[in-house]
Ligand binder design. Structure first.
Ligand SMILES: C[S@@+](CC[C@H](N)C(=O)[O-])C[C@H]1O[C@@H](n2cnc3c(N)ncnc32)[C@H](O)[C@@H]1O
Length: 266
């Protein structure tokens, strides 16, 4: 049975400006091509609605950029942005492999959905041409109540019994500490690297805004695994606990940690 596609471009887009900030920081990390060589091929893994892929394509002046995503709903929006050099494909990052094809392999806010980052980074390294760059941003906010409470509630009845094991969320998130990425990149033979943890602060209208935020991302996992009725109960319970723990504040300052890194092959 195919899983329902619970990604919703409109819900995700509610915080488009906030979510674009780390992407702009990621773009700023990409180094100009050495010796003026033009950027020929770029891939954006987990491209979503494609707006940021188009931004990446233009920023790099790339000859061809392909955005890959597993959500048909997100890709439907992306396809409207296609041009001769920019295209979008349905695909799973977990199965992505290429042999020294790309000048830039980019992924913004998507690799946290894919397990085994050491194995994944090895495959992404292999997809790069000599001198190519890997640029990644992953959320690292699992210890914030916005994420920790969703995990906690998923393990309470009646949700625990209804959710398949692989949709319980995973406290052992695949996202590694920044220093582990630095070590891995070095072991994988990247000649130079920049790795950092950055805290983004978002002024939301109220604490309840956090629920709207996570409904567009983290909660899609639970929406996929639960009936619409149970998912409704899940969101109600989550909202209640969140307001209890964070306080019902207007405005609410939402802190969001992210790991950003860029590394170049020699
Ligand atoms: C938080 S959105 C980020 C979208 C885009 N990169 C951006 O920054 O606007 C995460 C995207 O990753 C995609 N995704 C999640 N798991 C994936 C997988 N295993 N393979 C491909 N895409 C995946 C989702 O469909 C979603 O569009």
């Amino acid at each position: 049975m195919t899983e329902p596609d619970t990604w919703n471009p409109a819900q995700y887009g509610k915080f488009g400006a906030e979510r674009a900030r780390p992407f702009e920081d990621l773009l700023a990390l990409i180094e100009p091509a050495p010796t003026g060589r033009p950027v020929e091929r770029v891939v954006d893994l987990g491209c979503g609605t494609g707006a940021l892929t188009a931004r990446l394509h233009a920023h790099l002046g790339a000859a061809t950029t392909v955005g890959i995503d597993s959500s048909a709903a997100m890709l439907e929006q992306a396809r409207a942005l296609e041009t001769a050099g920019l295209r979008f494909e349905l695909g799973d990052i977990a199965g992505f492999e290429a042999a020294h094809e790309f000048d830039v392999v980019c992924s913004n806010a998507a690799l946290h959905w894919v397990p085994d980052h050491p194995g994944l980074l090895r495959r992404l390294r292999d997809a790069l041409r000599p001198g190519g760059q890997l640029v990644v941003q992953v959320p690292a906010n699992g210890d914030h109540p916005s994420h920790a409470l969703a995990f906690e509630i998923a393990h309470e009845p009646p949700f625990r019994d209804a959710l398949p094991d692989d949709q319980l969320g995973d406290q052992a998130t695949p996202v590694l500490p920044p220093e582990a990425y630095a070590t891995l990149l070095d072991e994988l033979g990247f000649a130079d690297q920049h790795v950092r943890l950055q805290v983004y602060g978002h002024h939301l209208a109220s604490t309840a805004g956090v629920v709207e935020w996570t409904k567009g991302t983290t909660l899609t996992r639970y929406e996929r695994g639960l009936s619409p009725e149970l998912y409704g109960q899940f969101v109600d319970r989550y909202r209640g606990r969140l307001l209890e723990v964070l306080g019902d504040r207007s405005p609410y300052f939402y802190t969001f940690k992210r790991v950003l890194f860029r590394a170049r092959l020699s």
